[in-house]
Write a protein that binds this ligand. Structure first.
Ligand SMILES: C[S@@+](CC[C@H](N)C(=O)[O-])C[C@H]1O[C@@H](n2cnc3c(N)ncnc32)[C@H](O)[C@@H]1O
Length: 341
C-alpha cells in the first residue's frame, strides 16, 4: 500500500473521499484535513488520475516530527538525506515547495532550503531547478510538530484538464464542476441539463460519463460560443436560451446541475432575488419526481426557502470558499408526490 494525499477545494473533502472510495478498489481513507484527503491504495497512477475532484495528487515519502526553533531545522536535511528517492524516474531539475502552520521561528523558505540540502547530500548529481523551471517537485508541509514530505504527481494540466480549454469571466474550476456532477450521481439514462452553463465547464465534466442526453444553454450568445468551442458537439446540445423558460415539458429532466449567477461577477437582467425565484420555479417544473438539482449559489438563505416552498428536499449542502466568495453547494431532490401518498 502506498500513502497519497489529494488536495481539494476546502469544503469538498468528503465528496472527494467518496470519489476515492468509489473509483479506487482497495483504497482506504486515512485522514481528512482542511483541503487534503490522505488515502492508501495499491492502484497505479493511471487509476489515480481518474480522480476528477482532486486539484493535485502527492505521494507521501516520509512523515516525522520537528521542533519549532531554527536549531531544529537541521533535522530536515539529516532526515531527507537518508531517504531512498530512486523510484523517481525523471531526475532532471528538482524543486521543493514548503508550507508551515504553527509558531515556528523559521520560514517556509528556510524549510525548503534545508530539504534541498538533504536531497543534494544523497543525490549530488541531481540538479536544483527554480520555482518556475523544474521537472520534479517535492513538498514539505509542517503543521506544528508534524512534517510531511511528498512528491507531487500532477501538474496544472491535471486540474485544468487541458491547455486549450477557454474560460469565461465566471468559469468554475473543472474540479468544482466535477464535484457537482459527482453529487448528481451520474447515470447512463440521465437527461442532464445546465440552464446557465456559461463556458460549459459542468457540461464538459458531465460528458466524461455516459448519459442519455446532455443539454446546456446560457442567455449570452458570447459565452455560449465559448462553451461550444470547449465541448464535443456529438455529446452535448448547446442553446442560447433564458433559463427561466426552458424548452422542456413538465417533469422530464433527471438531473439539473448549475452554477447560478452570483456576486458581482455575472448579474442577471433582473434583481438577483427575483431571478433566483423564477429559475428555481423553472428547475422544479422540469425536474422529474425524485430528480436531483445540484446548485451552486451565494443566495444561501433564499435557496433554502425557495426549495422548501417548491417541495425540493435538501439532501446535502456544502459551504465553500471560492474566489473570495462564500457560495453553498446544494443537493436537492424533488419530492415524489406518488411515493409519499
Ligand atoms: C456563474 S456563471 C456560470 C459559469 C459556468 N458554470 C462556467 O463554468 O463557465 C452564470 C451564468 O448564468 C448566465 N445567465 C444569467 N442569466 C441567465 C438566464 N436568464 N438564463 C440563462 N443563463 C443566464 C450568465 O450569462 C452566466 O454565464
Amino acid at each position: 500500500m502506498t500513502l497519497y494525499f489529494a488536495s481539494v477545494l476546502p469544503g469538498l473533502e468528503y465528496v472527494l473521499s467518496n470519489e476515492i472510495n468509489t473509483k479506487l478498489n482497495d483504497s482506504e481513507i486515512i485522514q481528512i484535513n482542511r483541503g487534503k484527503v490522505f488515502f492508501t491504495t495499491t492502484e497505479p497512477f493511471t487509476c489515480l488520475s481518474s480522480l476528477k475532484l482532486a486539484d493535485n495528487l502527492f505521494q507521501v515519502i516520509d512523515q516525522f516530527q520537528i521542533g519549532p526553533h531554527k536549531k531544529h531545522l537541521s533535522q530536515i536535511s539529516e532526515r531527507i538525506s537518508k531517504l531512498d528517492l530512486d523510484f523517481i524516474n525523471d531526475k532532471d531539475l528538482y524543486w521543493v515547495n514548503a508550507s508551515r502552520k504553527g509558531k515556528q521561528t523559521y520560514s517556509r523558505f528556510e524549510i525548503a532550503t534545508k530539504a534541498m540540502e538533504g536531497i543534494n547530500k544523497h543525490y549530488p548529481n541531481w540538479n536544483i531547478g527554480t520555482s518556475q523551471n523544474h521537472q520534479i517537485e517535492f513538498r514539505i508541509d509542517i503543521e506544528h510538530h508534524d512534517v510531511i514530505f511528498s512528491h507531487r504527481l500532477t501538474d496544472a494540466t491535471f486540474r485544468f484538464r487541458n491547455q486549450t480549454r477557454r474560460f469565461s469571466r465566471a468559469s468554475l474550476l473543472p474540479t468544482v464542476a466535477h464535484a457537482m456532477v459527482w453529487l448528481s450521481d451520474p447515470k447512463s439514462t440521465d437527461i442532464f441539463v445546465d440552464p446557465c452553463c456559461g463556458s460549459g465547464t459542468i457540461l464538459s465534466e458531465r460528458a466524461t460519463y455516459p448519459a442519455n442526453q446532455i443539454v446546456g444553454g446560457d442567455i449570452s450568445d458570447v459565452v455560449t460560443n465559448v462553451a461550444k468551442s470547449n465541448l464535443d458537439d456529438l455529446k452535448v446540445q448547446m442553446n442560447v436560451w433564458d433559463g427561466r423558460e426552458l424548452p422542456f415539458t413538465n417533469g422530464c429532466v433527471d438531473k439539473i446541475v448549475t452554477n447560478l449567477p452570483f456576486g458581482k461577477q455575472i448579474s442577471p437582467d433582473e434583481d438577483l432575488e427575483l431571478f433566483n425565484h423564477h429559475i428555481m420555479n423553472e428547475i422544479c417544473r422540469v425536474l422529474k419526481p425524485s430528480g436531483k438539482a445540484v446548485i451552486l449559489s451565494e443566495s444561501v438563505d433564499q435557496l433554502f426557502w425557495e426549495a422548501k416552498r417548491l417541495g425540493l428536499f435538501c439532501l446535502e449542502y456544502y459551504p465553500l470558499s471560492l474566489k473570495g466568495l462564500n457560495p453553498t453547494l446544494f443537493v436537492f431532490e424533488k419530492q415524489d408526490e406518488q411515493k409519499n401518498k
